[in-house]
Design a protein around this ligand. Sequence first.
Ligand SMILES: [Zn+2]
Ligand SMILES: [Zn+2]
Length: 240
Amino acid sequence: MPATPLSDVRGRVEAGEFELSPDVQLAVVSRIDDLITAVTAANRALSKLPQPAVPEAAAKMASLYYISGHGWQRYLADNSQASTVGSAVRGAMQIGVAALVAQLSNILESGQPAPVTRRGDKAFSLPCAACGGDAVTLSKAATSPVEPEQLVVSSLSPVTVFRPVAGPRMGDVIALLEAGNAAAVVAHLRETQPGGCDAFCEKCNRLFCRDHYAIEAQWSGSWHEATYVTCPLGHEHEID
Ligand SMILES: [Zn+2]
Ligand SMILES: [Zn+2]
C-alpha cells in the first residue's frame, strides 16, 4: 500500500513517538487501521468503472466520520496522553478525506433532485441524495381507532423515532407531498415542526437516509445528551 498521511501517523505511533501506554497505543493503531480501511474502500467505490458506486462510497464516508466522531474524541479527551496523537490523526485524516469529499460532491452535484415517491395510499417518502432510498417517510396513521389520523414523519434519532404532524399543518404537508415537491415539504417541516426535518443537511442542501449519515448518540449513563449526524460530505448537525 502506498504511504499516506494516515499510514505515516500509524508508523509514528508504533515507533513510540507519542509515548502512549501500551493499551492506548494499541487502541490508537487499531482506530487508524479502521480509518485507513474506510478511506481505501471509499476511494475504491468512487473509482469503480464504468460508474462510481455512489451509495457505497457515501456509506464508507459515513463510517469514516462515525469512527473518528464524538465517541473517539471523548476517548482521546479521557486519555490526556492521547490528545497530541489525536490531532495528528485528525490532520492526516482531513488530508485523505478532502479529495474524496470533493469527488463525491461533484458527483452528487450532477444528479437531479429526486421527486417525492408515493408509497401506496397513505404513505410518501423523500429520497436520499446518495442512494435514492427513503431519507424521510411520511405516513398517515391513527394511534388508536378513535383518534384522528396523523402524519407520522420518520426521524434519524434513536430517541425520538417518529415525529407526528397533526391538525391543519398535516393537510398542508399532504398537499405539498401530493404536488410532488420534496424541497417544499422539507422547507415546511423545518419552518413549522420543532424537530424540523432531521434528514436534511442544511450545509449541502440535501437529504440523506440513515445508511448515509454517521449517526452518533451521546449518552451519559442512561441519560441521552445529544445526537449528532454527519452527512457523507462531512457536514455535522445536531438532531436532538
Ligand atoms: Zn441513502
Ligand atoms: Zn451535507
